[in-house]
Design a protein around this ligand. Structure first.
Ligand SMILES: Cc1cc2nc3c(=O)[nH]c(=O)nc-3n(C[C@H](O)[C@H](O)[C@H](O)COP(=O)(O)OP(=O)(O)OC[C@H]3O[C@@H](n4cnc5c(N)ncnc54)[C@H](O)[C@@H]3O)c2cc1C
Ligand SMILES: NC(=O)c1ccc[n+]([C@@H]2O[C@H](COP(=O)([O-])OP(=O)(O)OC[C@H]3O[C@@H](n4cnc5c(N)ncnc54)[C@H](O)[C@@H]3O)[C@@H](O)[C@H]2O)c1
Length: 445
């Protein structure tokens, strides 16, 4: 019997929201296509997570060497041009690697800007049309641009990660993930960094007790934080750029980073014409990730949902759609606790019930001071704390930590949180000893 549509599923976008599920679905024998106007891998691979963490590695090393002075001798400096070249080398083959996996699985890849011209039809660059029984929109987000005079003088996170020389004086507007992570990197490389904050809280979705400690640590290392800055314009002053803020105050910089958030990619793709509803936060979906047009689904950063806009969320949603489309799961999506880390040095990582939420309810809260842990004394960690949240039956339901190894510690707790381990289950986890994981688990059994 001939099929009504050329494809079973067409994915729009080549990031985690699309490629993780597209490969698996094609392996089940379904006819799958993926359309992207960018490198395969999207933001995370090419100008997000992978790129950023490569730039962060020597920063973390520098921090460890600084605190171990006396055991080791000599400071280390970071060669920024060499580091940027290294970052390019590390990530350059990733898009082709993912593309090979997709094509080997049978996914057909098309290049260009996709737009919807019907509930089952996609057009590429206003020309070739392809039809599918189902369409998945995984178009992600792009950087916000401040709506103030001179906003064109500011740069975005991608431009930061491609800088061939580190500027002497950098201004960062915003106090979220990108601001804190890139302030950490630029400061370690030797730049003077000033962060212009919208209000008086950084990293609003993280535990403020820990955020204040990380902010104070960055300030000790020379990063300047201007609270309630009310940035009103940027003007060019020879080679420099002037930031106008507050009550007619000004400051001069070599380079400006606009880190004021990201905006869903919903424009110029026929959403209104076809009837896909969206808000300024993104595309609206039901609990099957289905949009207001039943044949069209959406996943990842482009969604208007309360889940954090992160790679683990995009991957989980992509996997859910693979299972839904292949008939392995007919239920609504049930999100696990999504972990997240802000890669400052030390980092802040969290998963599940936060300390602030726990203090509102009837939970057991256990606090660990990281430098008290012999394992963390090995490389002389001097700051860091952890909050563990348990329910009445002593199931671990949340962890927040700031420390040099917070992302690894929080990752090691994930099975307990996601699978609802009881005390016996926890004892079944015989961790490699000594390790970050063993040291973290020792605190909960
Ligand atoms: C600097 C930075 C650092 C980050 N660090 C982390 C981190 O450490 N950990 C973490 O979990 N998350 C991190 N993130 C967030 C993470 O990158 C995103 O959550 C993730 O990439 C979302 O995947 P996605 O597939 O939804 O979107 P994307 O990866 O953005 O992919 C969408 C793709 O669709 C393409 N596209 C858009 N419109 C069209 C169209 N009409 N036709 C064809 N193609 C289209 C886009 O060009 C893009 O390639 C970071 C983000 C940034 C910016
Ligand atoms: N480690 C990670 O997982 C990681 C790292 C980087 C980015 N990301 C993802 O990328 C997204 C974008 O990062 P981001 O840091 O740009 O966004 P963000 O939402 O984390 O922070 C935006 C910041 O800009 C401020 N702001 C907003 N409007 C402003 C204005 N008009 N003037 C001054 N400040 C203003 C906000 O108060 C906030 O501090 C994140 O939300 C996250 O989803 C994740």
């Amino acid at each position: 019997m001939t099929k009504k549509y050329a494809y079973d599923v067409i994915y729009i976008g080549g990031g985690h929201a699309s490629f993780d599920g597209a490969e698996l679905l094609a392996k089940t024998g379904q006819k799958v296509a993926l359309i992207t106007d960018d490198l395969i891998g999207g933001t995370c691979t090419n100008r997000g997570c992978n790129a950023k963490i490569t730039l962060d590695a020597p920063v973390n090393l520098q921090r460890a060497v600084n605190r171990m002075q006396g055991l080791v001798h000599g400071e280390i400096t970071i060669d920024w041009p060499a580091l940027v070249a290294h970052k390019k080398e590390v990530i350059k083959d990733l898009p082709q690697g993912t593309e090979n996996k997709l094509t080997n699985a049978g996914v057909e890849i098309f290049r260009g800007h996709a737009s919807l011209i019907g509930p089952h039809t996609v057009q590429i660059d206003g020309q070739t049309k392809y039809s599918a029984e189902k369409i998945v929109i995984g178009t992600g987000q792009h950087p916000n641009r401040l709506q103030i005079p001179g906003s064109e003088l500011a740069h975005d996170s991608s431009e930061f990660m491609d800088l061939t020389e580190m500027p002497h004086n950098i201004a960062i507007v915003g106090a979220g993930y990108i601001s804190y992570e890139f302030a950490t990197i630029a400061n370690a490389v030797g730049a003077n960094v000033t962060v212009f904050m919208h209000g008086d809280q950084g990293l609003r979705n993280f535990y403020q007790t820990f955020v204040k400690k990380v902010t104070a640590d960055l300030a000790d290392r020379g990063v300047k934080f201007i609270h309630n800055a009310q940035v009103s314009s940027f003007t060019k002053n020879g080679q420099e750029v002037t930031v106008h803020y507050g009550n007619e105050q000004t400051a001069e910089f070599d380079w400006l980073l606009d880190a004021t958030g990201r905006i869903p990619n919903v424009n110029n793709m026929g959403l209104e014409e076809v009837g896909v509803k969206y808000s300024k936060r993104g595309i609206k979906v039901n609990d099957y990730l289905q949009t207001s047009v039943p044949s069209i689904y959406a996943a990842g950063d482009v969604l208007d949902k309360s889940q954090p806009k992160l790679t683990p969320t995009a991957t989980f949603e992509s996997y859910y759609l693979y299972q839904l489309f292949s008939g392995q799961n007919t239920n609504t999506i049930k999100y696990p606790a999504i972990p997240t880390t802000v890669y400052t040095s030390p980092r802040i990582a969290q998963v599940g019930v936060t300390p602030a939420q726990a203090k509102q309810g009837d939970f057991e809260i256990v606090e660990n001071h990281i430098p008290d842990d012999w394992y963390r004394q090995i490389d002389q960690e001097t700051i860091g704390d952890r909050v563990l949240v348990f329910d009445k039956e002593h199931h671990l339901i949340g962890v927040t930590e700031f420390s040099d190894k917070a992302e690894d510690a929080v990752n090691t707790y994930l099975p307990a949180i996601v699978s609802g381990y009881d005390d016996n289950d926890m004892w079944q986890m015989a961790h490699i000893f000594p390790s970050v994981g063993a040291s973290a688990w020792h605190k909960i059994r």
